[in-house]
Design a protein around this ligand. Structure first.
Ligand code: GDP
Length: 446
């Protein structure tokens, strides 16, 4: 993820400010150095880094913190605001009828992004359609069609045509009933003239309401030139950037240069190969997350979505009960299903304020390590348990363990693991319950 380790290194530096009543120039220098190191490592453009550093220095030394604010909180706030400023606002994409064109080099992730965005819009209650005009890359048609099927959205393409402009025209007509028409265009390995020409023609035909440039997070310093060329080719210019492959090792900082160059903003982030691996870019949430402040909004959205999908609103299952202190094996089962739908646990954990640092350290390493395979085993085990045992796992002693092991065909060890896992999750929930609102706030500010 962009600026991946900024959060932890910065927290360390900021901790040096604890208990101080004044901030010295030296303190600020240390913090700025830390930020510069992380940003440059993440491939952020040098001039952008310089500008950010200057702003932080000036503000931290010249502006007067409001009464009652500790120097640490004050500096953190400035850093936060300046970083939000650096990454910019999220591209405006109102939930209404519109045509969106995607542009980018071959392999940047356009086709995948088209399906992901269609999925995203469909979850927002709109009817999207994907129009595939890439006649250049063999297999683009099949790939786009398959992904659109997975996203359960309308798809248009002409596998035997070699005229992208005509496909775009036909596609817009054929999917005229859709609310959001997403036009995927062809890429090339490099910015060849015929790519630019083709894009210009499609652009003039489609007249998109929004044109998004899709960039691989690994792009680095080449982003600037690329962005500029695409920006010139599109009549209304690039108005948003999608950064893909953030699940990999790439840092994504180069994309910030593209955003700056085209005077645009970031629209979406892609982090995975399935249609669901997309999130709307939210500057404040993004920065909070990398500063280790958590992103509650994203987490809530994901939880809600996952709950809808698992049917967690079962009549006999009420998450509220869980927060009030009863945590049964049935809850745990629902919890595991929900967690599984939300995506990798470490990502989910990152979004919970304070969890990246403090609370997680107090838990055993494997407290949340419910792998798919273990989950399947646990489910089989739970199927062999009685209602009483599921409601109150404490009644399961040695003889019942033997019976459940026989019934489920799983080793006794697995039953003990399940009970252990349940205990750990229960313990974690208790910690959450023990946290008052004030504690939560304090954690978020840390
Ligand atoms: P296009 O040529 O621009 O249409 O690129 P594709 O959509 O075909 O993507 C190129 C490759 O990158 C494919 O193998 C995709 O599965 C993969 N890909 C796209 N987006 C992501 C992402 O966010 N994460 C990962 N890991 N792979 C991605």
């Amino acid at each position: 993820m962009v600026l991946d380790d900024l959060g932890s290194s910065l927290r360390g530096t900021l901790d040096n400010l604890r208990g101080k009543s004044r901030i010295s120039e030296e303190d600020i220098q240390d913090i700025v150095k830390e930020i510069q190191r992380s940003l440059l490592q993440a491939d952020v453009d040098v001039s952008l880094v310089q500008e950010l550093s200057d702003n932080i220095k000036t503000r931290a030394l010249e502006e007067e913190p409001p009464g009652g604010t500790s120097p640490r909180d004050w500096v953190l706030r400035i850093v936060y605001e300046e970083l939000v400023d650096l990454v910019g606002e999220s591209t405006e994409l109102p939930l209404e009828e519109q045509t969106i064109m995607l542009a980018g080099l071959q392999g940047s992730g356009k086709t995948t992004t088209a399906a992901k965005m269609a999925w995203w819009f469909s979850k927002k209650g709109l009817r999207p359609a994907v129009i595939q005009t890439d006649t250049f890359r063999p297999g683009a048609y099949d790939q786009a069609k398959q992904m659109a099927e997975r996203a359960e959205v309308e798809f248009y393409g002409e596998p035997d045509s070699d005229d992208p402009v005509q496909i775009a025209r036909d596609g817009l007509e054929a999917t005229a009933d859709a609310d959001v028409q997403i036009v995927d265009t062809a890429g090339r390995h490099a910015l060849e003239d015929d790519l630019i020409e083709e894009l210009e023609q499609i652009d003039r035909t489609v007249e998109p309401d929004h044109s998004l440039l899709v960039l691989d997070a690994a792009i680095g310093q080449g982003a600037k030139d690329q962005a500029q060329k695409f920006d010139e080719a599109i009549a209304e210019g690039v108005d948003g950037v999608v950064i893909t492959k953030l699940d990999g090792t790439a840092k994504g900082g180069g994309a910030l240069a593209a955003v700056n160059e085209t005077d645009s903003t970031i629209a979406f982030l892609g982090a995975g190969e399935t249609v669901k691996d997309i999130e709307r870019f939210e500057p404040s949430g993004f920065i909070s997350r990398l500063l280790g402040m958590g992103d509650l909004k994203q987490l809530t959205e994901r939880v809600e979505r996952a709950m809808e999908e698992t049917g967690a609103e079962d009549e006999d299952w009420d998450p509220e009960d869980m927060l009030e202190g009863q945590f049964t094996l049935k809850d745990m089962r629902k919890q595991m299903e929900t967690m599984n739908k939300m995506g990798p646990l470490d990502q989910v954990m990152d979004m919970i304020p304070g969890l990246g640092g403090g609370l997680m350290d107090q838990l055993p390493d494997d407290a949340m390590d419910v792998t798919q395979e273990r989950m399947r085993d646990f489910e089989v085990v739970m199927d062999s348990m009685t209602e009483e045992e599921l409601e109150n796992p404490r009644v399961v002693g040695q003889s019942r363990t033997e019976r459940i092991a026989k019934g489920s065909g799983k080793p006794e060890e697995r039953i003990r693991e399940l009970l252990q896992q349940h205990k750990q999750m229960e313990q974690m929930l208790k910690q959450f319950q023990g946290m008052g609102d004030g504690d939560m706030e304090r954690m978020m500010q840390q």
